[in-house]
Design a protein around this ligand. Structure first.
Ligand code: ZN
Length: 147
């Protein structure tokens, strides 16, 4: 049986170098859904919703109210960051960026990133997990893991 939870209101900015529209710095109100598949247990649950939400919130909290930047595009310079890519250079304040080990910050890579960080927290009874990362209300990327 499959159960799922969602975390809404992940507010972030990003820019996709070389993209005619998304190359400009812009923001999203993202949403992440996590669903897991496993056997119905004697307590009548596959997994406690509260526990799933707690784990998902922990993974997504660092992304909230941040500028998400690929690690290869940013470096520290004193108490600020210089974010440099094919489109040019931006300066970010010390607390602005969250640096991700991805080549480009897309919904696809964010879904993979969240899922990759969740896998170690999956209870043994869970057979598969799917993360959907909504960049907007009607656009998402989905990543799935199977034990
Ligand atoms: Zn975007």
């Amino acid at each position: 049986m499959r159960v799922g939870v969602a975390v809404r209101g992940i507010y972030y900015t990003h820019a996709i170098a070389g993209h005619p529209k998304c190359g400009r710095l812009h923001g999203h109100a993202g949403r992440v859904e996590l669903s897991v598949d496993g056997p119905l247990q004697s307590n009548g649950m596959v997994e406690d919703f509260g526990e799933l939400k707690h784990v998902l919130r922990q993974m997504t909290e660092p992304l909230d109210h941040r500028t998400l930047v690929p690690d290869a595009e940013i470096h520290p310079e004193g108490r600020r960051w210089v974010w440099k890519n094919a489109d040019g250079e931006r300066v970010l304040l010390e607390h602005d960026p969250y640096i991700l080990g991805v080549t480009v910050v897309t919904a696809e890579n964010l879904a993979q990133w969240v899922l990759g960080n969740l896998i170690s927290s999956m209870p043994p009874s869970i057979r598969s997990a799917t993360v959907r990362f909504y960049e907007t209300d009607d656009s998402y990327a989905e990543a799935t893991w199977q034990r």
